[in-house]
Write a protein that binds this ligand. Structure first.
Ligand code: FPP
Length: 280
């Protein structure tokens, strides 16, 4: 008999929908050739989402945090191994002081509140960026949260905070020089430097998603995105739900990743791989 849920919190609705979402996810997985190992996201559009509703910008960021939680869970369900989110750029300090403070408070409360949930879901948290510029209280909570989740073997959740791609390259050159004090920079190679940029221990992103309609990289992971597939959507971040992520992955599945080779070479390699698999 049909029934009507008159009032429910987001968590209650999520619990009611859980079995249906699980089946939907299984169906989606069976339809996809491949799931990106590493997804990076520029979460844009919180302010516009709020403005459209005559709400203060801050409420857009609050709703943005809720979507972060949904997308983290969905990535874990799909078997994505790394998810990197651009939460605060080196340029975001230029925003009005009040908004910067609100973003800092949101970040701090998420760090305090979500560690237990991350552990329950086996998620390992890592913050990338120049965290020395943050309040000592935030730095302390970052370190605690990273340490508390360091042994988790599931999804690697990387939050880019006070991060800039150019900063990353400069810090990598400095770190290389410290590790090789005897060597001249003449000997520095791409391969050597790639071991010192942020996330060197994780695969480079397969898919970059930017929400909010703009089509640019905005100084995010500029080294690591060299061969990443780009997906831009007009959807504002607070509206970017599981279905929207599935659409981005569907688009990724339609791409041919050539890494500088010709299409014929890639197809021949794929065929050889399939034959190898079927002969085992
Ligand atoms: C861009 O929207 C969003 C940001 C600068 C901040 C992103 C932060 C969050 C989603 C919340 C904090 C995240 C974590 C992981 C705790 P915008 O303000 O530039 O939107 P607009 O372009 O519409 O103005």
């Amino acid at each position: 008999m049909p029934f009507l849920v008159l009032a429910a919190t987001d968590d209650e609705v999520a619990r009611i929908n859980e079995p249906f979402l699980f089946l939907k996810t299984l169906k989606f997985l069976s339809m996809m050739k491949s799931i990106p190992e590493h997804i990076a996201i520029i979460m844009d559009g919180n302010g516009r989402w709020a403005k459209k509703r005559f709400l203060p910008r801050f409420m857009g960021h609050q709703k943005g945090v809720k979507m972060v939680k949904k997308i983290v869970s969905h990535c874990a369900e799909l078997g994505v191994t790394s998810l990197t989110l651009f939460a605060f750029s080196t340029e975001n300090w230029k925003r009005p002081q009040e908004e910067v403070s609100q973003l800092m408070r949101l970040f701090l409360s998420a760090l305090q509140r979500e560690v237990q949930k991350l552990n329950e879901n086996n998620v390992q948290l890592k913050i990338i960026g120049d965290i020395s510029k943050f309040d000592p209280e935030i730095i302390e909570h970052i370190q605690k949260a990273e340490a508390a989740t360091a042994q988790n073997a599931g999804l690697k959740l990387n939050i880019a905070a006070n991060y800039g791609g150019r900063w990353d390259i400069v810090q990598a050159v400095k770190a290389w020089q410290v590790a090789h004090p005897e060597e001249s920079v003449e000997h520095l190679t791409e391969e050597a430097l790639s071991q010192f940029v942020c996330l060197a221990e994780q695969p480079e992103p397969d898919l970059l998603i930017r929400t909010g309609g703009e089509q640019r990289i905005s100084n995010f992971l500029i080294w690591q995105l060299a061969y990443t597939e780009l997906y831009f959507t007009d959807t504002l971040w607070p509206n970017f739900d599981e279905k929207q992520l599935d659409l981005a992955i569907e688009s990724f599945n339609q791409r041919e990743r050539r890494f500088g080779k010709t299409s014929e070479q890639v197809q021949a390699e794929n065929q050889a791989e399939q034959q190898g698999e079927s002969s085992c």
